[in-house]
Design a protein around this ligand. Sequence first.
Ligand code: 13P
Length: 332
Amino acid sequence: MTSYTELGLVNTKKLFEKAVSGGYAIPAYNFNNMEQIQAIIQACVETKSPVILQVSSGARKYANQHILKNMAKGVVEYAHELGYDIPIVLHLDHGDSFELCKDCIETGFSSVMIDGSHLPYDENVALTRKVVDFAHSQKDYVTVEGELGVLAGVEDDVSAEHSHYTQPEEVIDFVGKTKVDSLAISIGTSHGRAKFKPEQCTRDANGILIPPPLRFDILEEIEKKIPGFPIVLHGSSSVPIEYVHMIEKYGGKLTDSVGIPEEQLRKAAKSAVCKINIDSDGRLAMTAIVRKILVEKPEEFDPRKILGPARDELKKLYMHKNQNVLGSAGRA
Ligand code: 13P
């Protein structure tokens, strides 16, 4: 049994209180490997941003739970060495069972998500409450994120064909009965790099897909029902078109890619939305640079010369998000 405080991590409680009152969102970046976590920490230290390191169950299978835990411990020391101690949360993304959440809590996670959003309402409440009771009874309080409403899209082990918006009339009951610390909602974001079908979008003069706007009316209704309560947005990659073009230029094929425009995320970050989840954009940035190097330098076979520049690009992307989209820069 390892408690997250032994690893130098924090839970989300204070971070979310400050983010909601300060009108910004904490970045929740997914990672599976060393270069990703290095880029995240470099970017967040340099911009003095708090950060949530997210591990999905797919990442756990890919990288191994002991390795991931020790990477999180390692980057606490790395941030210190870089010269600035930022608050770092280790969070389970889309936990799908009590057992998985318990396992993560017992191996050093400071925050978990239990995603019962696909279940009938009462079952979602019961499962979420069970995880909350366990997490909150730990010596060091572990924070829990629940979800109401279903996001469309595909990501690791999470996939849904159709979305269902969160129903504002359910949130008071859900938050009251489950005692969650934050609530993920569905207002039109979606997982993956192709967030909408082309027929749901319009196109600009260059043929680039323009997605339907997020349902800020639903967000406002929710905020009225549970004022100041921390809200989470999943599926919030912007899918930068430059990366899509670069990947396609160097042999990739990413038809009909479309993300959430940055100005909509900026607007959301100023509201009670205090955690914004980003995974696909990091994948796109790394893939774009790796493809470019492999094509332009066919003689290269040192992984450091391939993954190192990809890591640098990732850092640039995350710095941009912290500074210009989420508003988390300077808040650590
Ligand atoms: P994206 O696919 O938009 O990056 O969403 C990631 C996410 O929500 C992780 O839970």
